[in-house]
Design a protein around this ligand. Structure first.
Ligand SMILES: [Zn+2]
Length: 297
């Protein structure tokens, strides 16, 4: 035993070196979870490792595609409340204004989720400028007080996800306000009836939350509702099947990533904009684009 001790030490030392080299190599080999922009934005949520379909493109973004040509990827932003508030749901009015102004000044145009999905599929007309999809979850009253005026100033559109049974609450948009913003180009999507975690529900309740909310929204709006947003981003295959069965064309998650032509239509990733996101970090996500001169105001 005594004679073997030095050998054991050497073996242990060698093992340590091998392990160290191995982990260094694996760190090096591990793909960055977002390759572009160079640093991941402070999204306020735990990033999940990007799959091939979610990974952002490596190259500099191309300008908006011509009509009929699919855009290769889209950034879909998540907002909740716009204003001062006690938790991470709130983005300050000033920050939101700066973000929209930055997008406009740098050649971007805010569009709806349905429009974005059409562009990813090579359908629909590309806007004047690089498209970016703006989504607002839960349809808070602050959308009409603080977000809508800024969006209309820049000619941006957005998708607002309504929790159908919350519409009577003063903190949420009323049916009149929802119809009003819809008539001004905003897309209304469903965010279920009661914001319940869908994977926990038995089939009757599940269909009420998914198909039932769609029917209620369509009844109030008098137009089809094609977009769905999973409450708290929670879903499973049964939920996806119910969303498809109900006739939705696209559904968004809170999985972090850029939407690409490969993103499943009912599991589209998004980028949550946190209240703590600095303006520099926001700008890093959106390299300046040239806006066609005909669209300049
Ligand atoms: Zn929500």
């Amino acid at each position: 035993m005594i004679r073997r001790a030095p050998t054991l030490k050497i073996v242990l030392a060698l093992l340590t070196v091998i392990i160290a080299l191995g982990s260094a190599a694996s760190i090096k080999a591990y793909p960055p979870f977002v390759t572009f922009p160079a640093s991941a934005p402070d999204s306020g949520i735990e990033p999940v490792a990007a799959t091939a379909s979610q990974a952002a493109p490596k190259d500099t973004p191309e300008p908006a595609a011509a009509p009929g040509k699919a855009v290769p990827y889209l950034q879909i932003l998540i907002y909740h409340e716009i204003g001062a508030g006690p938790n991470g749901l709130y983005v300050a009015v000033q920050n939101f204004e700066e973000q929209m102004k930055y997008l406009y000044d740098n050649g971007y145009t805010g569009i709806t989720l349905a429009e974005g999905r059409a562009l990813l599929e090579g359908r629909g007309n590309a806007p004047a400028g690089q498209p970016v999809v703006l989504t607002f979850d839960d349809a808070y009253r602050s959308f009409i007080d603080h977000a809508y005026p800024v969006l209309s100033k820049y000619g941006f559109k957005a998708t607002v996800f309504v929790i159908a049974d919350y519409t009577g609450d003063p903190n949420y948009l009323s049916w009149e306000q929802i119809a009003d913003i819809a008539s001004h180009g905003m897309e209304i999507g469903s965010h279920s009836r009661t914001h319940t975690l869908l994977p926990t529900l038995e089939s009757t309740r599940l269909n009420e939350e998914i198909a039932g909310s769609k029917a209620v929204l369509e009844q109030h709006l008098g137009q089809p509702v094609s977009s769905f947003c999973y409450p708290c981003g929670e879903y499973d295959q049964t939920v996806i099947d119910a969303v498809r069965q109900a006739g939705y064309q696209q559904a968004v998650t809170v999985k972090y990533g850029w939407a690409t032509t490969q993103s499943p239509a009912l599991e589209i990733p998004r980028i949550r904009i946190s209240r703590y996101l600095t303006h520099d970090k926001f700008a890093e996500m959106f390299p300046p684009q040239s806006r066609p001169s005909s669209a300049q105001q």
